[in-house]
Design a protein around this ligand. Structure first.
Ligand SMILES: [Zn+2]
Length: 383
């Protein structure tokens, strides 16, 4: 299949791309099967390296189908899921269970992290890597620390998890970085200081839009881990747009009932997997960052950190595209079970018109389609 239009290669160019599940050929001229509208632009689909799709016994919060529908509605082609489900994903058996659930229901490509474990068989499984909390380091996980696989660090030291939100200070985030070495990626950094320190220590970083935009932790909807910081840290995080490697959503839905508990009791988490890509492209359309930087943050860099063939429109890569139009709208979730977020109503200029996953239309103009994504970490597999 050939498409023709304004396509992001080294910049936006009038070009033709041929693809099936992978990108086969790129050239200047062709007779297209699908000519795109003149006001649309084709970019590599987003890669979100930090989501909680729930499912399994937590399906009352979100299902794989509802979470990945929300992802493709937001232009995301690959999601990488965290292991804190019920049951927790940290054994060969639970990894098989989780991959089978994702294989049946995911509407975009996917990967999973394992929690830390003594089950060394998990390293031979087709996973993205490991999620590590600093308190995990109190156990014997040397073999994981030495593994070449990527480890995603939740940067808060154990004492910050004790009751009392006021305990969760920024220095605890910084301190946690000194506990690890090796192939680590520091996720949801909340300040420029964390990003700078992580860089000095050779780690890659991401930040979330909510740590940048939500004006303080005021209710259950804005309660999140790590917490939303004060105004000066939030303002400093603006520099993350040029300094961080990637942006991630940390999509973490809970049921309406759970989020209606008093703030001391309600579970932390904001569900906005569909916000990240339109937000980053909105910044580019408004001239705050370049288009190239937007593509790096949302697609190219997360793909490079994860080592997957995505994130760039290049021959041999997955045929995962997002088609964007410049159109003003106000954000809300649409397919997620989580219907309220603190980002609701945020004005955006970039609209996702369609998302293509491995050559198939997964989302277009308000509709999701039952496309089946695949495990991008399965080297033996179908793709
Ligand atoms: Zn998370």
């Amino acid at each position: 299949m050939w498409i023709k239009g304004k396509i992001y290669l080294r910049g936006l160019e009038e070009a033709c791309v041929s693809f099936d599940r992978r990108i086969k050929e790129i050239r200047k001229e062709c007779r297209p099967d699908l000519k795109l509208p003149s006001d649309s632009y084709v970019f590599p689909a987003g890669v979100d390296m930090h989501v909680h799709l729930r499912g399994l016994e937590l399906s009352y919060k979100e299902t794989i189908a509802s979470g990945t529908s929300e992802a493709v509605y937001g232009g995301i082609g690959v999601v990488v899921d965290m292991p804190n489900t019920v049951p927790i994903i940290n054994s060969v058996e639970t990894i098989r269970l989780r991959l089978s659930e994702l294989g049946n229901y995911s509407r975009c490509d996917y990967g999973i992290y394992s929690g830390v474990t003594q089950d060394k068989g998990v390293a031979k499984m087709p996973i993205a890597g490991f999620k590590v909390f600093p308190e995990d380091l109190e156990r014997d996980i040397q073999w994981i620390l030495e593994s070449p696989m990527v480890k995603v660090l939740h940067p808060e030291i154990p004492m910050s998890l004790r009751p009392g939100r006021h305990n969760r200070r920024l220095w605890q985030e910084l301190a946690s970085l000194y506990l690890v070495r090796g192939n680590f990626h520091v996720t949801h950094t909340t300040s420029l200081d964390t990003i700078k320190l992580a860089k000095r220590m050779g780690f890659s970083t991401d930040f979330t839009p909510h740590h940048l935009l939500v004006p303080g932790e005021t209710d259950c909807l804005s309660k999140v881990n790590p917490p939303i910081r004060g105004k000066s840290e939030r303002n400093s995080l603006l520099i993350a747009l040029t300094e961080a490697d990637a942006v991630a959503s940390d999509h973490a839905p809970h049921s309406v009932k759970e989020k209606s508990f008093p703030i001391e009791l309600c579970p932390p988490g904001i569900a906005a997997v569909s916000f990240t890509l339109p937000f980053i492209f909105t910044l580019a359309l408004r001239g705050a960052i370049t288009l190239g930087r937007a593509v790096e943050l949302i697609s190219t860099n997360p793909s490079r950190i994860l080592g997957i063939p995505a994130g760039e429109i290049a021959v041999g890569n997955l045929a995962n595209f997002v088609i964007i139009r410049r159109e003003r709208w106000r954000y809300s979730t649409t397919f997620s079970k989580m219907t309220h977020t603190p980002l609701d109503g945020f004005p955006l200029d970039a609209t996702v018109y369609a998302t293509i996953v491995e050559g198939k239309v997964a989302y277009q103009d308000g509709n999701v389609f039952p496309v089946r994504g695949s495990n991008v970490f399965d080297k033996s597999g179908r793709t």
